[in-house]
Design a protein around this ligand. Structure first.
Ligand SMILES: [Zn+2]
Length: 478
């Protein structure tokens, strides 16, 4: 008896094996090849940035506090994460899934893993597979590191573009027009069509691995479309051209083998019923217009310093306070800046201090109109002036309008010999002429420490003294 059963089982296994051996290479060949884009950031940077952006997102949008809904969405998310193909897995990434109590059909994921699904998205999906499709697509953007790949491409102007600069890329507001009404915007990265296609294709693969029909991702496009695109903004507007994508996903789906996984919609329907019991959620735009903040959310993910970038410098800049506050920057230096300036940094290579209204994100980059920036540049040049020249050249490569107004002058930083040079520039956000001063000295390890000051031409007179005070306060601890 046992042997007969065993023989049948073995024969079945052999049959499955032969099918797999025949079928797999064809399937693998027909699947579209996906690879990483060039990326100058480390996967650790993805994690760090995602955490900062998540902290900001969670202050701006109310999370739905319902443990049944949360644990359901989390379990679907983790099932999808486990199905990411090995070549796109990053053990340091930490995927987690939260529900925003907003009506729009939307979802977004941040580098390194934090992901947010709107209540409206769950409620508009017809099946668990459709909801999972959107999540698999978003997970794919994370796994393919599209956020930092895009920042690598976009970051041309690097006055202090460290990690702090790229955070602005990730948190960049959608459009200037909208930004006027909605000063604090965590927007959803707009990717190129190429990136979207890749996220669709990898998303379809993840779906199949996780036991979902990959066509459910395509179906979700139709579902959203039927519901009028989910309002003005939302996932649909960030993910245009649904008919192409529908066809493309379905085409890819032919080559994917769906892993056997018992699927049913019971839990999905129960969760939806629960959601219908809540009062109607506001839209994300309504939430942002209300200006309400949610400071105690997400505190289980400590993030260190939080940068807060509105989506364009707003122009009205407070006068520098006459009281100063001192900061330690990366254990390299100590500096005093006006008390009403904020530190905008993470622990990356560059730190800004600037007043409210003097910084914001424009064209995917953080732009400052007033403030000081400290950073350390790598150099192999032991001659301070030559090293500074290299550094200025790198700044000029990013900003075509940056021009020296005169030559170098000698100065001191904490008693150490330093150089200063004044440059003129056109501010990328305001288009106004500005004065950029660069002061450099060499650290004991040979690296170049720089301080950059920025202020509009017509404000320079008011800020000159402040910049002098800041320079005089500098203490080096290298
Ligand atoms: Zn996308």
């Amino acid at each position: 008896m046992n042997t007969v059963k065993g023989r049948i089982a073995a024969r079945c296994a052999a049959l499955v094996m032969s099918v797999a051996i025949v079928a797999l290479p064809i399937a693998t060949l027909a699947q579209t090849k996906i690879s990483y884009h060039s990326n100058k950031y480390s996967t650790q940077d993805d994690v760090k940035l995602g955490r900062q952006a998540a902290a900001q997102a969670e202050q701006q949008f109310p999370l739905l506090r319902d443990s049944q809904v949360s644990s359901y969405v989390e379990s679907i998310g983790q099932r999808l994460v486990a199905a990411i193909p090995a070549e796109f897995q990053h053990p340091e990434f930490r995927y987690y899934f939260r529900v925003i109590n907003a009506r729009d059909i939307n979802a977004f994921a941040l580098p390194g893993g934090p992901m947010y699904v709107n209540r409206g998205m769950i409620q508009s999906a017809r099946t668990e597979g459709e909801m999972a499709g959107v999540m698999a697509h978003e997970i794919s953007h994370v796994a393919l590191r599209h956020g930092t790949a895009q920042a690598t491409k976009a970051q041309k102007y690097s006055l202090g573009a460290g990690i702090a600069g790229i955070l602005g890329t990730i948190l960049a507001g959608p459009t200037v027009g909208q930004a006027a009404q909605v000063p604090f915007v965590v927007s959803f990265l707009r990717y190129s069509r190429e990136y979207e296609t890749e996220a669709d294709l990898l998303g379809a693969r993840i779906m199949a691995n996780a036991g979902y029909d990959p066509r459910d991702l395509a179906n979700m496009f139709q579902t959203i479309e039927r519901q009028g695109g989910g309002g003005g903004g939302g996932w649909f507007s960030d993910h245009p051209s649904p008919s192409n994508r529908y066809a493309r996903i379905n085409q890819e789906a032919q080559y994917l083998r769906v892993n056997n996984y018992p699927r049913d919609n019971r839990e999905f329907l129960a969760v939806n019923q629960r959601l219908r019991g809540y009062p109607q959620a506001p839209t994300m735009a309504e939430i942002q217009r209300s200006g309400q903040r949610y400071p105690n959310q997400g505190d289980e993910y400590p993030t260190g310093d939080r940068a807060d970038y509105p989506s364009a410098p707003r122009g009205r800049v407070e006068n520098p306070s006459s009281r100063y506050r001192s900061y330690t920057v990366s254990n390299v230096l100590r500096v005093s800046v006006p008390e009403n300036w904020r530190e905008l940094s993470d622990q990356g290579s560059s730190v800004w201090f600037a007043p409210a209204g003097a910084y914001g994100s424009t064209n995917g980059q953080v732009v400052y109109t007033h403030g000081v920036n400290f950073g350390v540049a790598q150099t192999n040049n032991s001659n301070l002036q030559q090293a500074t020249n290299e550094f200025i050249n790198s700044l000029q490569q990013g900003s075509g309008s940056l021009r020296a107004r005169g030559g170098y002058q000698r100065t001191y930083i904490d008693g150490r010999s330093a150089l200063t040079i004044s440059l003129s520039n056109t501010n990328e956000a305001t288009g106004r002429p500005e004065i950029v001063n660069v002061i450099t000295t060499q650290l004991r390890n040979g690296q170049l420490l720089y301080m950059i000051t920025v202020s509009p031409d017509n404000d320079y007179y008011n800020y000159q003294g402040v910049f002098q005070n800041i320079l005089r306060s500098l203490q080096l601890n290298d």
